[in-house]
Design a protein around this ligand. Structure first.
Ligand SMILES: Nc1ncnc2c1ncn2[C@@H]1O[C@H](COP(=O)(O)OP(=O)(O)OP(=O)(O)O)[C@@H](O)[C@H]1O
Ligand SMILES: [Mg+2]
Length: 368
């Protein structure tokens, strides 16, 4: 997939900007707080129809304005495509693909696939499970629309159930109907997550061996509903979940909270059998995330036959030169966007497009 051009109007700190990209490497550089990450966010918006960092859509509208728009020319699935997103403080966001309104975010999914890697991901292995789940959900959602919709249905049911658990006069029949629906969706979500975790594990195992010169065997252990999920559990998942859900329900009533289900899932990264979260060095933990991100890129290529667009936000300065070279060599045949404050080291790159950003506008564009 190739992003050819972005057009921004009142988006974040951009009043008006039109930026052309090349199909290999685009280095977006400049001082802090000039608008580099904003460009990546603008591209990212066209993958899932929502931002990777804004909680609410209107955060992205320029402080002095009431509406904003973004246009993206890109190439995917052998076709030129044109996306447009309109943001308005008073109205819901509007998305258009090839001039046709997109009713639900899920209808946009699959047109443009992106893998985003920023400094906030470097603690993915170390921190709590929330972001590990989020990262996995973003990946699978881009590959499987049904997953995105089921996940959203599941979250709504969990909210409903949580509210009901807190209600003194709760309707027990409604609660058991909710529980049944939740189990049905949980079975689907866990099976799908297991499938994709296995795929990612297979790819990242090879990359980890390569980057550690054969020394490190990486495994991903999927933990759901208090169990390490394996093939056997997957076969009998529905019965296991029904039984466990009954056992846990008394505790849920006691604590007025949904404490059981895939919204609590986690992934344990293991190197040579040891948990990376508990025993890995910071460097090893960072490397494992890098490996994950490269594996995500490969997974897209395997699943849909096309490379996604890779957005590397301020990540190069976090990696030593060996890791930087590893990334650039490994991903040499796809489109990459790199933001950084110092582009000097990257000047050696062939076929790169250097875009200097200053105060929300493009100051200079040099192609090497
Ligand atoms: N809605 C908005 N309206 C106007 N300006 C905004 C809005 N949202 C964010 N900004 C501004 O955009 C600026 C640039 O943000 P961005 O995150 O893209 O910077 P950056 O170039 O990536 O910097 P860094 O190198 O520190 O990561 C910030 O100064 C921020 O205050
Ligand atoms: Mg930034």
């Amino acid at each position: 997939m190739i992003v050819k051009k972005i057009n921004l109007k009142n988006f974040r700190n951009y009043k008006r900007a039109e930026i052309d990209f090349n199909e290999n490497i685009n280095i977006i550089y400049g001082n802090n707080a000039q608008g580099k990450t904003n460009i990546l966010e603008g591209i990212y918006l066209f993958s899932l129809g929502k931002s990777n960092r804004a909680q609410k859509d209107d955060e992205m509208i320029n402080f002095d304005e009431n509406e904003a728009s973004l246009e993206l020319n890109f190439f995917s699935k052998e076709r030129d495509k044109f996306g447009k997103i309109e943001l308005n403080r008073k109205k819901r966001k509007k998305i258009f693909l090839n001039e046709i309104p997109v009713k639900r975010n899920s209808d946009l999914v699959g047109s443009l696939n992106v893998v985003f890697f920023g400094p906030e991901y470097l603690s993915l292995v170390r921190e709590g499970p929330k972001n590990r789940r989020k990262n996995l959900d973003i990946l699978i959602s881009q590959l499987k629309v049904q997953y995105m919709n089921s996940l959203s249905d599941y979250k709504k049911l969990i909210e409903q159930k949580s509210a009901l658990l807190k209600d003194d006069k709760k309707d027990k029949i409604f609660l058991s109907v909710l529980n049944e629906k939740i189990i049905a969706l949980s079975v689907y979500l866990i099976k799908t997550r297991f499938l994709y975790i296995k795929k990612i594990e297979e790819i990242s195992k090879k990359i980890q061996l390569e980057i550690s010169e054969g020394k490190e065997n990486l495994e991903l252990e999927y933990i759901s509903c208090g169990m390490n999920i394996d093939e056997n559990k997957i076969k009998n998942l529905e019965e296991i979940l029904k039984k466990k859900a009954e056992e846990m329900f008394h505790r849920e009533e006691k604590y007025f909270e949904c404490i059981f289900g895939p919204h609590r899932d986690d992934i344990d990264f293991k190197i040579n059998g040891q948990s990376l979260k508990l025993f890995g060095s910071q460097g090893q933990q960072k490397t494992a995330v890098l490996v994950q991100k490269i594996a995500e890129v490969e997974l897209f290529r395997e699943e849909i036959g096309e490379y996604p667009v890779l957005l590397l936000d301020d990540i190069m300065s976090e990696l030593d030169s060996q890791r930087q070279d590893f990334v650039l060599n490994k991903l040499s045949n796809m489109q990459i966007f790199i933001t950084c404050t110092d582009a000097e080291r990257l000047k050696v790159l062939k076929d790169a497009n250097f875009i200097e950003i200053e105060k929300g506008s493009m100051k200079k564009c040099t192609c090497i």
